[in-house]
Design a protein around this ligand. Structure first.
Ligand SMILES: Nc1ncnc2c1ncn2[C@@H]1O[C@H](COP(=O)(O)OP(=O)(O)OP(=O)(O)O)[C@@H](O)[C@H]1O
Length: 260
């Protein structure tokens, strides 16, 4: 685990002028996004604004037509330290119909750290800990096909955590997740953040994760329209009667015009 630092931390993700086209459609149009070590950054925006594409381009799943990506200070084309990165994709199931147990799926997330493919004691302990963190220790031997959507999501997060990543990228981790699972996920994330993990989250609304978010980047039509304190129009601040002042917020509320 990385150690929290008091001085300006180094950048873990840097997207510069990221431009991507899917089909004939420009989806990212010159996105600049930096996430520093230890930061928790929420990537927000309306449907189709390019959030998933931005995080997928950060890990090389979507090629850029222009611009650059660096992870941990290394240009993406030379980056090989994938064990340092945990990625939870959007809306997938843990098994895809394969009759695997929770433990088997979570163990697959440890492969990037397993020497010669043979799990050692430390690898087994990391897998156990990841399963425990998401509250599924008593179900470890169950088939993932028997899980609810929220439990699937917890398995996918445990799979990402099994490698003990320094950077966690999650695409809408709360989407379609029941309240009990949401609370477990928020607690899991809180623990990771306290240990110094850097987090980039795609979110539709801040919801229960709001207290953890240091900074919000809002996309609209593939462009960054806000980079700073979480917009007041999103998350719990949007609720009627909510008069809490966000600790990171500037004296003036941020007016993004989005979802407000
Ligand atoms: N494989 C693809 N081929 C063509 N267009 C695509 C493809 N994937 C995404 N798009 C389009 O790119 C745009 C951005 O998609 P993206 O998934 O990045 O948005 P998003 O902000 O994550 O949206 P959502 O909140 O709905 O998940 C959308 O208009 C989408 O329809």
């Amino acid at each position: 685990m990385p150690e929290p630092t008091s001085h300006t931390p180094e950048p873990v993700i840097v997207l510069r002028d990221a431009t991507a086209t899917l089909g004939a459609r420009p989806v990212l149009r010159g996105v600049d996004l930096t996430v520093h070590r230890g930061e928790v950054v929420a990537l927000l925006g309306a449907n189709g604004s390019g959030k998933s594409t931005a995080v997928r381009s950060a890990i090389g799943q979507v090629p850029l037509t222009c611009g650059t990506v660096e992870l941990f200070g290394t240009p993406l084309r030379r980056f090989r330290a994938w064990a340092r990165v945990g990625y939870v994709p959007q809306r997938t199931t843990a098994a895809g119909g394969v009759p695997a147990t929770i433990r088997e799926v979570v163990s697959s997330g440890r492969l990037s750290r397993t020497r010669l493919g043979l799990p050692r004691k430390a690898d087994r302990a990391a897998v156990d800990r990841a399963i425990e963190l998401v509250g599924l220790a008593d179900r470890a031997r169950d088939s993932v096909n028997a899980l609810s959507g929220g439990q699937h999501q917890r398995v996918l997060i445990a799979r990402a955590l099994a490698a003990e990543p320094e950077l966690l990228i999650m695409d809408e981790p709360m989407a379609g997740v029941d309240l009990a699972s949401q609370e477990i996920l928020a607690a899991t994330l809180r623990e990771q953040v306290a240990a110094g993990t850097t987090v980039l989250l795609v979110l539709h609304e801040l919801g229960p994760l709001e207290p953890l978010i240091d900074r919000a980047v809002v996309l609209r039509d593939g462009c960054v329209m806000h980079d700073g304190p979480p917009p007041k129009a999103l998350g719990q601040h949007a609720l009627p009667g909510h008069d809490h002042v966000h600790p990171h917020a500037a004296s003036e509320p941020v007016r993004t015009g989005l979802l407000s």
